[in-house]
Design a protein around this ligand. Sequence first.
Ligand SMILES: [Zn+2]
Ligand SMILES: [Zn+2]
Length: 138
Amino acid sequence: MKVRVRDVVSGGIQLKFVVRPADIGLAEEDFIDPENELKVIADLVRVDDFILGKLAVTFIAENYCARCLEHLSKEITTHYEVDFEILPGEEWVDLGERIREEMIIGYLPRALCREDCKGICTDCGADLNSEKCECKKE
Ligand SMILES: [Zn+2]
Ligand SMILES: [Zn+2]
């Protein structure tokens, strides 16, 4: 997801990308569905020796309910601000690397399948959303 430095002008440009998670080094363990492409909208502007960017990244997050471990799959859009210092002679900046870093740091994989999820019985393992277990709770 490389951007040519000279394409980014002081008036700003908007670029759109569609990439597979693997193309920017994201894999299944990064809580993303590897089969679904990320959609990236990047608003970039040149300010002196910097390129400043506002990124909107839409992807399918893969997750498990923190209580009952049900598999969850949900489209979410995250917003990042990035900046690149442009060194003399530098021709390209790589948005993909920044997005990968932001997503790994910023996306906390904690979710519930629903607010009142009853979870799993810690004694017998029954899913208490769909069944009642026989364990005696004191
Ligand atoms: Zn749940
Ligand atoms: Zn039980």
